[in-house]
Design a protein around this ligand. Structure first.
Ligand code: 5RP
Length: 230
């Protein structure tokens, strides 16, 4: 099966968690988009759900395909959220934010009773950190924040680099108007310690480590679809 077929298989399996009338957080990225397409088919068949999108991009696709939307302000408690991931470790801790939506994704996941991650098996890793960790930062004082983040990594014994994400020659801007530093420091031996250290930096808005948030990971591979429980 191709990677797209595996993403679709994981998304299809996630549909079994969606019940009539639910308010669901809708993630960002190609796997989340596979889910949006399948959800839209169910909505077309008369199924009622309300989606709370984690990005303008996902919102546009939902609108295009006819998935009814609400905002987190109108619906602050969600039944579940369904999203992709860049890396998933054995404890179902994640790196997210490759698509730049990590802040809204984390807010939506936190507001949800259950957080379901969908992925193809390439996202399963023995330890987080091969994928650069996205760190969303306020543009104000960018270099001071970058320096503080570098020192946080140094103090925890990591070596690597922080690179400003760029698109079309300009700093990549998130839906919230922030920038992203992609942190390539290899294997993250203690995700919680790194998370705590990054959260102490005022210019850091959020980072892409999702620790202890995942309820279930639905992972599709050559041997079929597996459901992993934290
Ligand atoms: C976006 C994300 C995505 O969920 C993550 O990048 C995975 O994307 P894809 O499903 O395209 O592999 O965190 O911010």
């Amino acid at each position: 099966m191709s990677s797209d077929e595996l993403k679709r298989a994981a998304a299809q399996a996630a549909l079994s968690y969606v019940s009539e009338g639910m308010k669901i957080g809708i993630g960002t990225g190609s796997t989340a988009e596979a889910f949006i397409h399948l959800l839209a088919e169910r909505v077309g068949d008369g199924f009622h759900v309300t989606g709370i999108p984690t990005s303008e991009r996902s919102a546009r696709l939902c609108i295009e395909l006819g998935v009814p939307l609400s905002s987190l302000d109108e619906s602050p408690s969600l039944d579940l959220a369904i999203d992709g991931a860049d890396e998933i470790d054995a404890s179902l801790n994640l790196i997210k934010g490759g698509g730049g939506a990590l802040l809204r994704e984390k807010i939506v996941a936190h507001a949800s009773s259950r957080f379901i991650v969908i992925a193809d098996e390439s996202k399963l890793v023995p330890a987080l950190g091969s994928f650069p960790l996205p760190i969303e930062v306020n543009p104000f004082g960018l270099e001071a924040t970058r320096g503080a983040a570098q020192r946080a990594y140094d103090s925890l014994g990591y070596s690597g680099e922080l690179r400003l994400r760029v698109r079309d020659g300009q700093p990549y801007e998130t839906d919230g108007g922030h920038f992203i530093l992609d942190a390539s420091f290899g294997h993250i031996s203690d995700p919680k310690a790194l998370s705590d250290a990054l959260h102490l930096i005022p210019g850091v808005v959020e980072h892409g480590l999702f620790i202890g948030m995942t309820t279930v990971a639905i992972v599709a591979g050559a041997d079929g679809v597996r459901t992993l429980v934290a």
